[in-house]
Design a protein around this ligand. Sequence first.
Ligand code: NAD
Ligand code: TYD
Length: 351
Amino acid sequence: MKILITGGAGFIGSHLTRLMVNKYPGYTIHNLDKLTYAGNLANLSDIENNTNYKFIKGDIVDAEFINDLFIREQYNAVIHLAAESHVDRSISNPLEFVMTNVIGTVNLLNAAKTLYKNNPSSFIKFYHVSTDEVYGALGESGMFTEETSYDPHSPYSASKASSDHFVRAYHDTYGLPVVISNCSNNYGPNHFPEKLIPLCLNNIINNKPLPIYGKGENIRDWLFVVDHAIAIDIIFHEAKLGNTYNIGGHNEWTNIDVIRLLCRILDKKLNRPEGTNEKLITFVTDRAGHDLRYAIDAGKLKKDLGWVPSVTFEQGLELTVDWYLDNQNWLNNVTSGNYAKYYEKQYLNSN
Ligand code: NAD
Ligand code: TYD
């Protein structure tokens, strides 16, 4: 089986690519990534020489390039993660999110449709990786199920909702074999330090303020990234076509409590007196249209396919903190932008 993973150099994509390359030596895995600011081939340095793995630099917004690639490689399946993924960036530049998340997805769907039409038994699956943010915001109670109506509020979630609708439309209209999953907030190694947890982790290490939007009362349902990758693997192989699965950790935390926990863990790890890091917390102007609460009911995934998270939040956060402390070069390269220059050069030299 030849599988195209898009966005494999990003946070979740790199964990999924590693899992697929190592677990399925009989598969050929291609990783298509534009290497935007969020894409970093250092995330995959441990598997870059595996014979069943190949990196392809390219833009999913470029329809001609995508069509040529699909015709040349005759993929059997696609797992689509490439996206612009940061809500704050979507507020300042919505069009970029429409281009990548909507147009890019439709380009992939068109190319997959051609392969499927030409050889229905050969193209078996288009797996679209999406977010719980398409469901909008919850009040104090309730959870998102697969039946919850879409109600996106940010340009990011609106673009992801739109891409989900296109994926379902290609299933209903053209019979394309699709699967969708909507996951809650991920955390873990290789998370770009613009998102809450790695941003605060980096700032604590460097004794910088920890910017908490509003009063820090917004709630997110956190899942360790490796557990997301495991869920995608199971859904990819076992879900019935046309199905949607919610993925989440039953793990709701207010932002302020997450950051207080992180501060306490890092007081110990950095040998700072208890309470030192909490003094860095700084309340700042709230995000526009800030969703109050997300919470995923992942009961269908557990019932149908037996998936449950493998680590608790405390375990996952400790693993995450240890990874960042052991990989400060990664963090420094990412914050300085050096990673892009270095890997671009490596890539050009080897191709
Ligand atoms: P990320 O921003 O870390 O990575 C995105 C990757 O896509 C990067 O490697 C980037 O270079 C690549 N990319 C961006 N534009 C591209 C383009 N035009 N062509 C080709 N490649 C391009 O994102 P992530 O956090 O790993 O998220 C991956 C997917 O999972 C996204 O679709 C996101 O919506 C979804 N998701 C994320 C979370 C989360 O908490 N991070 C939760 C649920 C779902
Ligand atoms: P983020 O990591 O951007 O993920 P998402 O917006 O997709 O949920 O933000 C997680 C939560 O943390 C969200 O409620 C916004 C909040 N937040 C802050 O309070 N300060 C920050 O600097 C950032 C980036 C996020």
